[in-house]
Design a protein around this ligand. Structure first.
Ligand SMILES: Cc1cc2nc3c(=O)[nH]c(=O)nc-3n(C[C@H](O)[C@H](O)[C@H](O)COP(=O)(O)O)c2cc1C
Length: 176
């Protein structure tokens, strides 16, 4: 075993599910950003959390205001489109080529063609001590899965642009 410096230790928690979180701004325009710090928190009520950088990103601002968001689970077929939404461009969503459709239980659009969709209502935004990420707690109020989804199609995030499928690492390059 090799000792890993503590500032790299978080990177050892991998691979992680990649999701594209959709939110809306006050003008009802959709925003989307990829996240992989996501985990289940509770079966009943069903709850999840997202770890989001502790600054007012568009996602955080929109979630605080609207108190709703959608977690669209990313599969390999649209991983590059999802990753392109990490760009700091005002027109990143239009440029991504993604299409959206209305949420069923929340007033936030979801990604058309996503094979797992979790529509959420905000429960809490937790700032824990000096932690450099917010803990965004959401209750799942509507969930859907495409029965044709193959587990190996899930885009599991390693770090940066690296993902892993069923044992085979691959890259999804960001288009800027
Ligand atoms: C695959 C991938 C996973 C990411 N995961 C996270 C994450 O878990 N937490 C986070 O704060 N940022 C994460 N990011 C970075 C955000 O997507 C990035 O800060 C984005 O610009 C935020 O967009 P927004 O300002 O529209 O909210 C990730 C980026 C990529 C490409």
């Amino acid at each position: 075993m090799e000792e890993v410096p503590l500032d790299k230790s978080i990177r050892l928690i991998y691979p992680r599910l990649t999701v594209l979180v959709t939110t809306v701004n006050p003008a009802s325009e959709v925003n989307a950003a990829p996240y992989s710090w996501i985990a289940p928190v509770s079966f009943s009520p069903p709850m999840l959390y997202l770890g989001i950088q502790r600054r007012e990103t568009l996602t955080v601002k929109n979630i605080r205001r609207k108190k709703e968001f959608v977690v669209n689970v990313v599969t390999r077929d649209w991983a590059e489109k999802a990753v392109s939404c990490a760009a700091k461009l005002t027109d990143k969503v239009e440029k991504s080529g993604l299409e959206f459709e209305e949420g069923k239980e929340v007033n936030v659009p979801r990604v058309k063609g996503a094979k797992i969709v979790l529509e959420c209502r905000l429960k809490d935004v937790i700032e824990s001590g000096q932690a450099d990420h917010f803990l965004i707690l959401g209750e799942i109020v509507h969930a859907e899965k495409d029965p044709a989804l193959k587990d190996e199609d899930l885009a599991m995030h390693i770090s940066g642009e690296k993902f892993v499928g069923p044992g085979q690492p691959y890259s999804a390059y960001r288009k800027e």
